[in-house]
Design a protein around this ligand. Structure first.
Ligand code: GLU
Length: 496
């Protein structure tokens, strides 16, 4: 019987949750859930110079928001605690000691300058740079002498020469690496902290991780890690390296790439829905098979059912912003208006459209307003721009609206509508409907000839959401004011 499936996402707390990291986390989460296994989030913080205050919490909050829930981590603990590398230093020391005792490592006294010089010499000779091996065969006496100079050694792993390491990658198939291309690499720093390649092996082994699923950039680390597993006599997990994500131009993404928002928080802040983002992210480099192969919309539950490692793609995935917008629009349309309104509220408050502590009445009005535009929203933040005309005193008449309002029958229609509206007790959608009916009767104009002038006069546009609901939400006084103003100043307005 195989081992219980255990996967992990192991972010370094160096910044916000990146979309690439979120995709990696999602892949690991889905694989664990699909197999009834466990998903671990481990914080790899040994590269202390790069750690950023608050990044760990942000990573976790981002995952939580996406609905990528973990079974074991720094917050909930678990059978393999601690889950933060810097809290595991004694464990790494123990394993480093084992490697030393078994002759798999040695202290290295080289200074940064020496290493730089070696590197430059190798580059000048046209050979791929790797550690020269200068400290590999030092005698004990030589080591003592260097220590007497005050040099603090790091520890290097002794890479065996002339071997071929075969990685059976779940995504890429069999890949071979020659150990001769790999220099002896550092496993612990002078202060005892482990490097990533060493800590990750100890942690994955002790945490009984069965599948190491991560981004392609780590493929070249894999043979180093396998060497450590073998030297420690630990069971090697399966590896799978997901393809890189390219920006919409098909280029490699850099930190400063502004063609795309790279962080999960940015999407959250703009009012993307988590289910849209995970649906989109999983399709970057993965596709379902069988009957649903052509489909694009998948819930998390469906993905748990459908996910498989052999459908992860080797080919780079292109981040198609348009597709993400389309997907988000799909999920927004499917959501309850209450939910979207709740998400829209902070945006409207921030834009000064709604008071900070809205009354029940204001909230109800705002919910209807959001409902009016829900179908159109690619992200919730768009509500601010879309609803601008509800909050402006003045109406801006588009060229098309001006065109409509120039028609000869327009004053008659608008006057009749004003007369009806003045008498109205309320302006519910139903009332507006009957008012328009009355105008039709009185003037004989119907259809476009009736609705277009009203829409153009009230909203300044010829297109827009439901007219009755728009009028109803604008309210009697505002609508009357707009209509009267237009009737009084029609020549002026239309000539401008
Ligand atoms: N801490 C590493 C990173 O953030 C994790 C790599 C791995 O999954 O092995 O890239």
């Amino acid at each position: 019987m195989g081992r219980k499936i255990r996967t992990r996402y192991a972010p370094s707390p160096t910044g916000h949750l990146h979309i690439g990291g979120a995709r990696t986390a999602l892949i690991n989460y889905l694989w664990a859930r699909k197999n009834g296994g466990s998903f671990v989030v481990r914080i790899e913080d040994t590269d202390v110079e790069r750690n950023m205050e608050g990044a760990e919490a942000r990573q976790l909050a981002g995952l939580k928001w996406l609905g990528i829930h973990w079974d074991e981590s720094v917050d909930v603990g678990g059978p393999h605690a601690p889950y933060r590398s810097m809290d595991r230093l004694p464990i790494y020391q123990e394993y480093a000691e084992r490697l030393r005792q078994n002759g798999h490592s040695y202290p290295c006294y080289c200074t940064a300058d020496e290493l730089d010089q070696d590197r430059e010499r190798q580059l000048a000779q046209g050979v791929a740079p790797k550690y020269s091996g200068r400290c590999r065969n030092l005698t004990e006496q030589e080591q003592k002498a260097l220590e007497a100079e005050g040099r603090q050694p790091s520890t290097r792993f002794k890479v065996p020469s002339g071997k071929v390491i075969t990685v059976q990658d779940e995504v890429r198939g069999e890949i071979q690496f020659e150990t001769d291309g790999i220099g002896d690499f550092i496993i612990t720093r002078p202060d005892g902290r482990p490097t990533y390649n060493f800590a990750v092996v100890v942690d994955d082994a002790l945490m009984e991780i069965t599948h190491v699923l991560r981004a392609e950039e780590h493929l070249s680390n894999t043979p180093r890690q396998i060497l450590i597993y073998e030297a420690l006599g630990l069971e090697v997990p399966r590896f799978g390296h997901a393809s890189i994500i390219l920006n919409p131009d098909g280029k490699k993404m850099s930190k400063r790439d502004e063609s795309i928002m790279q962080f999960v928080d940015q999407y959250k802040d703009l009012g993307y829905l988590p289910e849209a983002l995970i649906n989109f992210l999983i399709l970057l480099g993965w596709s379902p098979e069988g009957e649903v192969a052509e489909e694009e919309i998948f819930s998390k539950e469906e993905l748990i059912q459908l996910f498989s490692l052999n459908r992860l793609s080797k080919a780079p995935a292109i981040f198609d912003t348009g597709k993400l917008k389309w997907m988000n629009n799909h999920y927004i349309k499917q959501s309850s208006t209450e939910r979207i309104a709740e998400l829209a509220l902070p945006h409207l408050i921030q834009a000064g459209r709604i008071s900070e502590n809205p009354t029940e009445e204001e909230r109800a009005w705002m919910t209807r307003l959001v409902g009016l535009y829900q179908e159109q929203l690619n992200n919730v933040a768009e509500i601010v721009e879309l609803t601008a005309m509800f909050f402006r005193k003045e109406v801006y008449y588009s060229p098309e609206a001006t065109e409509v309002l120039r028609q000869e029958h327009v004053p008659e229609v608008l006057q009749a509508f004003v007369a009806e509206l003045e008498q109205a007790q309320d302006v519910s959608g139903e009332t507006v409907k009957s008012l328009l009916k009355a105008v039709q009767k009185k003037t004989g104009h119907k259809g476009k000839r009736l609705f277009m002038p009203v829409r153009a006069a009230v909203t300044g546009e010829v297109h827009g959401p439901d007219l009755r609901e728009s009028i109803s939400l604008l309210g009697k006084e505002t609508v009357l004011e707009r209509l009267r103003n237009l009737l009084q100043n029609r020549d002026n307005i239309l000539s401008s």
